[in-house]
Ligand binder design. Structure first.
Ligand code: CP
Length: 341
């Protein structure tokens, strides 16, 4: 397996550690366009490996990765665990519900404890925006943000970009970025770290991003981030190449944000009829978990020629392998990575 920057696209970014000079992956907002492309290109080798019968290398043998999840997860936790194991690392999962957090231990003390166990990388999901950055300041190893509050979910945006790139390539598109593409992100934008990370990632790669939500679920001033804002879903879908649906994050809502799930589905649910108003080949995405019949109908979510939702899950493992591999290169002494910033 490639351990240095030998990908066919290497000329598109600086060599060695300068291609990705960060210790941590806390958000897409910290990344340059070429750093995003570098991680996507690095993930391609893991997509290939994951499609083989034997899905294992020893690149991270001897390293310990701790997945510390303070919020529920299926896709992110399992794919980080699978990613670490396929790279040969020892992987330990800490579920906050069964940890000493329940006895009152603080986030900082938890971080210091994990650090004392000499983890080589810590993956954190937490309900508070900025919690992963707080932990990164307290530990000696790379920290990967697996979703922090309403802030960012960087590996989700990266896997979404990889899934989209693969789907476009299957249609004969050869571009590595998304220049000329119009992507609609529809749903609970206000509470969504996925929306924020995707907005940053898609724009960095050249796409036009339309955000669509009821006024109560649209962050004030989001236009300043370069997004086109819509409250009419049919208008947002007009001419769109991709539509990414988001669930209502009721766990982050205090009070009533929508009149009813039924009315929300009527105005903002992706139905087959509504999708017919977009292009003939508009792609459908959803980060999961889905609430079928609320933000998306089953007959759309399961469309084999339009929905790339299961492909997003597949790419999640490859992207997380790429992130773990790249972020541990300095500690592993991979050639060209000793002088990282
Ligand atoms: N997309 C996503 O983060 O899913 P999980 O909450 O299941 O990890």
């Amino acid at each position: 397996m490639a351990m240095t920057d030998t990908s066919p696209h290497a000329a598109r970014y600086p060599a060695g550690a300068q291609a990705f000079p960060h210790r941590d992956l806390l958000g897409i907002g910290q990344l340059e366009r070429h750093e995003i492309l570098f991680l996507l290109d690095e993930a391609e080798q893991w997509v290939e490996l994951n499609r083989q019968r034997t899905k294992h290398v020893d690149a991270l043998a001897g390293l310990t990765i701790i997945n510390a999840f303070f919020e529920n997860s299926t896709r992110t936790l399992l794919s980080f665990e699978i990613a670490g194991k396929r790279l040969g690392a020892d992987v330990v999962n800490m579920h906050a519900a069964q940890s000493s957090v329940k006895k009152g231990e603080t986030l900082i003390d938890t971080a210091i404890t994990l650090n004392a166990m000499r983890a080589d990388a810590i993956v954190i999901r937490h309900g508070s925006s900025g919690a992963t950055g707080l932990i990164a300041d307290k530990v000696d190893c790379p920290v990967l943000n697996a979703g922090d509050g309403q802030h960012e979910h960087p590996t989700q945006a990266l896997l979404d970009a990889l899934a989209l790139r693969h789907a476009l390539r299957e249609r004969g598109e050869t571009a590595n970025d998304f220049t000329g593409l119009t992507v609609v992100i529809c749903g609970d934008i206000l509470h969504s770290r996925v929306a924020r990370s995707n907005l940053l990632c898609l724009q960095a790669l050249g796409a036009t991003v339309r955000l669509c939500a009821p006024p109560a679920l649209m962050p004030a001033g989001i236009e300043a981030m370069g997004a086109e804002v819509f409250h009419d879903f049919d208008a947002a879908l007009d001419g769109a190449d991709v539509v990414m649906m988001l669930r209502l994050q009721t766990e982050r809502m205090s009070g009533q944000f929508i009149p009813s799930a039924r009315e929300y589905h009527h105005l903002y649910g992706l139905t087959k009829t509504r999708l017919a108003g977009a292009k003939d080949d508009t792609l459908v995405m959803h980060p999961g978990p889905m609430n079928r019949g609320v933000e998306i109908d089953s007959e759309v979510a399961d469309m084999i020629d339009r929905s790339i939702i299961t492909r997003q899950v597949e790419m999640g493992v490859a992207i997380r392998m790429a992130c773990l591999d790249v972020l541990t290169r300095r500690a592993r002494g991979v050639a060209g990575w000793g002088d990282a910033a």
